[in-house]
Design a protein around this ligand. Structure first.
Ligand code: GLU
Length: 289
């Protein structure tokens, strides 16, 4: 079967060298394997995504010499697909509404930390500290009817209970140089958010739905998403979606060893190009020369 790759940037800023590396790796892999390269615009966060950043993505990738299939899938146009997946998880009894605001969550975490460390997810954010899972059906109905905003969370314990032997096939370099079959530990993320009132889906949910709908067979992306793969594998199993292989690549870092950020202009593709850098020069810079 023809392999399918995808590069999936969020249009919430301009692309930097790290994006160029990831996009070029996907492009090269697709060419080496006679595969297809898709581009997906991950624009579910309407507060941060902007059309001018999307336009810049197309321009910068084309400048790098990358070509991709059209039409491009723009996540904001496919909310019904994510809704259907959420409905499926809800029907399995794995989703519950949680009504705490971000400020309330921060207060709850602080209160719990007063009596010892509170667990954090692999990205360093505190796990959900609330007890919305134990609200009665009546109480939920009452709160929803009264218009209190809520997030829909995955009941991780119940979800984990349904799947045995969760793992993924890793072709790249994990943080511990892991390769081959990596055991998944989605419980490290706690009861992750699957949808919010203002954004009726989440990164985790939309990425697994799209990778499946688009037939992606090899996910090539940065090591910063290595641990998220645990959640993706769990959702794939719960939703009955196919399993891609994963190739997590090392991150391009700045002079101080920090991960690049969209706000640091010195490694932005626009700036490098304005300073006279060529696409071949970018390849060299990221070690693909
Ligand atoms: N949209 C994500 C990002 O820009 C990447 C998603 C993925 O490759 O799974 O970081």
């Amino acid at each position: 079967m023809q392999p399918v790759f995808r590069f999936a940037p969020s249009p919430n800023g301009l692309l930097h060298l790290g994006h160029a590396y990831s996009a070029l790796l996907n492009f090269d892999r697709a060419r080496e394997t006679g595969g297809r390269l898709l581009l997906r615009i991950e624009d579910i966060d309407a507060t941060r995504c902007r059309p001018e950043f999307e336009a810049a993505i197309y321009e910068d990738l084309a400048w790098l010499g990358i070509s991709w299939e059209t039409p491009v899938r723009r996540q904001s146009e496919h909310l019904a697909d994510y809704r259907a997946a959420l409905d499926k998880l809800t029907a399995l009894g794995l989703v519950y509404p949680a009504f705490e605001s971000r400020a309330e969550i921060a207060r709850l975490v602080a209160a719990r930390e007063a009596s010892g460390p509170w667990p954090r997810d692999p990205d360093g954010a505190p796990l959900y500290p609330g007890d919305a899972k134990s609200l009665s059906a009546d109480e939920r109905t009452r709160l929803i009817a009264s218009g209190v905003p809520y997030a829909l969370r995955l009941d991780m314990a119940a979800a984990r209970h349904r799947v045995a032997g969760l793992s993924w096939n890793e072709l790249g370099e994990g943080p511990g140089d892991e390769r081959d079959i990596v055991p998944a530990r989605p419980e490290a993320w706690g009861d992750v958010i699957l949808a919010r009132k203002e954004t009726p889906t989440s990164y985790h949910l939309s990425v697994v739905v799209d990778d499946a709908l688009q037939g992606v067979s090899e996910v090539v992306r940065g090591q910063d998403l290595f641990n998220a793969t645990s959640v993706h594998r769990l959702l794939q199993l719960l939703l009955g979606l196919p399993e891609p292989v994963y190739r997590h690549h090392g991150l391009i870092r700045d002079g101080e060893g920090r991960k690049l950020s969209k706000s640091d202009r010195s490694t932005g593709l626009r700036e490098l190009r304005a300073a006279g850098m060529t696409p071949a020069g970018i390849r060299q810079l990221v070690g693909l020369g």
